[in-house]
Design a protein around this ligand. Structure first.
Ligand SMILES: Cc1ncc(C[n+]2csc(CCOP(=O)(O)OP(=O)(O)O)c2C)c(N)n1
Ligand SMILES: [Mg+2]
Length: 305
């Protein structure tokens, strides 16, 4: 175990980035705890193990960009807005909820951010928004997050076709965690994400690193090209630590162990113990205080669109 950690040494992050990573981690651990106590309604999917993806992308996206998220979107939202109060209130149906408590975990709309639990739905919409941006707000882009399993949706290919044909400023972020609900990628995908992007003449960039600084440095120039209307598929090879949603993990123990061995949280604690332990306890306490405060609020009220 120690050898693995040594080999995968992560570079030191700014406190701000580490705090955001820890915020997403502790926010979702708190959600699972609240869920276990019957204090949440509906369902929830955590991005435990994948938090570094939106954190790495965060400074590469600006306020004029549109972000389309999916069912596993808490990290995407928190990276965009750093608003754990509003998101938790949304999920718990309390006053101050981002969408009046009617969106829940999966369906959030705020400014230029929209998430949906319907797989593949967002990509054609993002392509349409990218066309609008190209015409009306050149330099802005549409960023859409999808998983590996969502490449089984036909709508993905209609959108890729138009993105290539119309040279749209579309950034497609694929969080390839090797599994779709309970089906390993190898059992549902012929070929690769890269070869599918290539079929449309769309550039594909593979990220295997979990190092936020390194990822940013490699993506910066590519994202700048997206702003000049060159679509891009960025595929992150990542790991889902937890179950698909809650308690529905049928992976063999070895697969779960492999995911845990890749967890940035343990790796970072090993590589930068002083900074990690200074901030980890602070963020954990902050999330606890947020949960207590939000739980004490009155119910959310939907005021209409
Ligand atoms: C159109 C549609 N079909 C099926 C589902 C049920 N469903 C929710 S998540 C999911 C798996 C998605 O896998 P992937 O795209 O790899 O994302 P991950 O959950 O791994 O992040 C499925 C089948 C859905 N939400 N929408
Ligand atoms: Mg997946």
């Amino acid at each position: 175990m120690t050898e693995t950690l040594d080999r995968l040494r992560l570079s030191r992050l700014d406190d701000d980035d580490l705090e955001l990573l820890l915020l997403v981690r502790h926010f979702e651990l708190k959600l699972l705890e609240l869920y276990g106590r019957g204090e949440l309604n509906g369902t929830t999917h955590t991005c435990l193990g994948q938090e570094y993806v939106p954190v790495a992308l965060r400074p590469l996206l600006g306020p004029d960009d549109h972000v389309f998220s999916n069912h596993r979107g808490h990290g995407h939202y928190l990276s965009a807005f750093r608003d754990p109060h509003g998101l938790l209130a949304e999920i718990m149906g309390r006053e101050g909820a981002v969408c009046g408590g009617v969106g829940g975990s999966q369906h959030i709309h705020r400014d230029r951010y929209l998430s949906t639990g319907v797989q593949g739905e967002s990509l054609p919409v993002a392509a349409g928004v990218a066309l609008h941006l190209k015409r009306s707000e050149p330099g802005a882009l549409a960023c859409v997050y999808i998983g590996d399993g969502t490449w089984g949706e036909g709508a993905v290919y209609e959108a890729l076709n138009l993105a290539a044909l119309w040279e749209l400023p579309l950034l497609l972020v694929v969080e390839n965690n090797g599994i779709a609900q309970s089906t390993p990628t190898a059992s549902h995908m012929a070929g690769t994400v890269g070869s599918r992007a290539a079929a449309f003449g769309i550039r594909h960039h593979l990220v295997v690193s979990g190092d936020v600084n390194e990822i940013r440095a490699s993506l910066g120039p590519l994202v700048a090209e997206v702003r000049g209307s060159r679509p891009l598929v960025v595929e992150f090879v990542t790991h889902r630590l937890g179950p698909h949603s809650k308690g529905d993990d049928i992976r063999p123990a070895g697969a779960v162990r492999a995911a845990r061995d890749n967890d940035w949280y343990d790796r970072y604690a090993h590589d930068h113990p002083d900074q990690f332990h200074r901030l980890d306890g602070l963020v954990r306490a902050e999330v606890q205080a947020i949960a207590d405060e939000v739980a004490a609020r009155p119910p959310a009220r939907w005021e209409g669109a």
